[in-house]
Design a protein around this ligand. Structure first.
Ligand SMILES: [Zn+2]
Length: 239
């Protein structure tokens, strides 16, 4: 019998790591002299394995593997229900031209220097990110339009978000400007170009030389920004 077995009543807890059906799982192993069998439990910390001191670690891990299906489904439910999916790295998303990691957490959704912290359940990342980006886009676009508009037109406009699959913006003869919310992923100078482009349509509802002269007067680098959208735009629609 191992030495620990003689320490009656002693409770040892160790952190371990195991691969269950290709899913990495952390678990806490509690050794208790009072236990007579191995117990599995999903608690506030995740998977907890309680075992008598004499049971070998190899035996315990073999048992965990035979119970992999049960453990993984319980863990998934626990994570979803409790919103416990902290720091699950999904992919990188651009935000105003800056690459951000997409992380899920339980607090409010926010943008930091290197990440977008999403408050949502597993599997709802795209919907949550879209909703957050739309709200941010409406605020950002309105503020920028207020600053850019006076140098282009004094006509009143109404601003709307667009969900178009291929267009960044549009402008109607009645002054309704629609801007694609996915543009929030582009660098600020590129967004400005799209806003200026649509505002210029308030004066020229076509793509004539006169139209491009108006755009160039406010945005001399417009050709560069158009090119940027042609080259990078597709990935803003990739999720
Ligand atoms: Zn146009």
């Amino acid at each position: 019998m191992p030495e620990s077995a003689r320490n009656k009543g002693l409770l040892r807890a160790e952190q371990h790591h195991i691969l269950l059906a290709t899913t990495p799982v952390n678990y806490q192993l509690k050794r208790s002299a009072k236990r007579r069998s191995i117990g599995l439990q999903i608690s506030g910390q995740g998977l907890v394995v309680s075992a008598p001191p004499a049971v070998s670690h190899i035996y315990i891990e073999a048992l965990l593997k035979t119970k992999a299906g049960w453990i993984l489904s319980k863990l998934q439910r626990w994570q979803t229900e409790a919103g416990n999916l902290e720091q699950v790295d999904l992919s990188a998303i651009d935000w105003l031209g800056q690459p951000k990691k997409l992380l899920i957490h339980t607090g409010p959704t926010r943008v930091t220097d290197d990440a977008i912290w999403l408050a949502c359940k597993a599997g709802e990342e795209t919907r949550a990110l879209g909703k957050f980006m739309q709200a941010a886009a409406m605020q950002y676009f309105s503020a920028r339009i207020e600053q850019l508009k006076p140098s282009i037109s004094i006509r009143p406009i109404s601003l709307h978000l667009s969900h178009a699959k291929t267009r960044w913006g549009s402008c109607s003869s009645a002054g309704a400007i629609r801007l694609n919310w996915r543009l929030m992923q582009a660098p600020p100078a590129v967004i400005d170009y799209v806003l200026i482009h649509e505002l210029a349509h308030l004066r020229e509802l076509n793509h004539s030389d006169r139209f491009w002269q108006i755009v160039a007067s406010v945005c001399p680098n417009y050709k560069h920004h158009r090119q940027f959208l042609r080259q990078n735009g597709a990935r803003y629609f990739a999720w």
